[in-house]
Design a protein around this ligand. Structure first.
Ligand code: G4P
Ligand code: NA
Ligand code: NA
Length: 193
């Protein structure tokens, strides 16, 4: 999506360790007109799918998912991260390893918020190794619901998580895919379709 690529090229900052900072429009300060446009694009791309709910993960997925949900007219559920898990049988739960944060989180969603007749669109801000999205897919599977697709704002293509999910048959619509980036020069190359 040209709008997002242009914004990343203009305002994104490449940090060492393959981290892209997008704090001025996505992850700290939020440009809601941009988020609105991302939501409209996912609504167009997934218009053939009977989406009943959007699933994301706290924290930074929530704003993007909410703006997208306005275009689908469906509720948003966000998975919660916790480090002390109280299993009471009412929760769907899985573990997510975060390479960025060097931690493993237990991630939970209350069972009553995803039912077997739901058709879920999973949304997140970043796709790197894909651990977060694989965890969300696992939760939807536990609920017996259908994953209709995944909508990602920024995919770091060189980390392989997106292509792994595509190879496993999931429809992944990333609105910008970074093929390479260089902290020293600040250069960012996008994948072309
Ligand atoms: P993965 O889920 O794709 O395997 O990636 P990873 O574990 O590395 O990601 C951990 C967190 O860092 C995720 O946020 C992810 O969205 C974010 N992230 C990954 N790469 C980048 C990057 O280059 N730039 C930025 N800004 N974020 C990145 P999260 O778990 O949702 O945490 P939160 O920050 O939303 O609380
Ligand atoms: Na994040
Ligand atoms: Na995220």
């Amino acid at each position: 999506m040209q709008l997002l690529e242009d914004r990343i090229a203009r305002d994104g900052v490449v940090k060492s360790g393959n981290v892209l900072k997008v704090d001025s429009f996505l992850n700290h300060q939020i440009d809601i007109d941009l988020l609105d446009a991302l939501g409209a694009e996912w609504a167009r791309l997934f218009q053939d799918k009977p989406i009943t709910k959007i699933l994301t993960i706290e924290a930074s997925g929530i704003g993007i998912a909410c703006m997208a949900a306005l275009h689908f007219d469906v509720p948003v559920v966000f998975a919660k991260k916790t480090q002390s898990l109280n299993l009471d049988g009412e929760m769907l739960c899985t573990k997510i390893d975060s390479f960025t944060h060097k931690k493993t989180f237990d991630v939970i969603v209350a069972k009553r918020f995803i039912s077997p007749d739901d058709h879920i669109l999973i949304i997140d801000d970043f796709l790197a190794n894909g651990c977060a999205l694989r965890g969300l897919i696992e939760l939807v599977g536990q609920a017996g619901a259908v994953v209709e697709g995944l909508g990602v704002a920024v995919e770091k293509g060189f980390q392989g998580g997106g292509d792994d999910l595509r190879a496993r048959g999931y429809r992944v619509e990333s609105l910008a895919i970074i093929e390479s980036m260089d902290a020293e020069s600040g250069a960012i190359c996008f994948r072309t379709a």
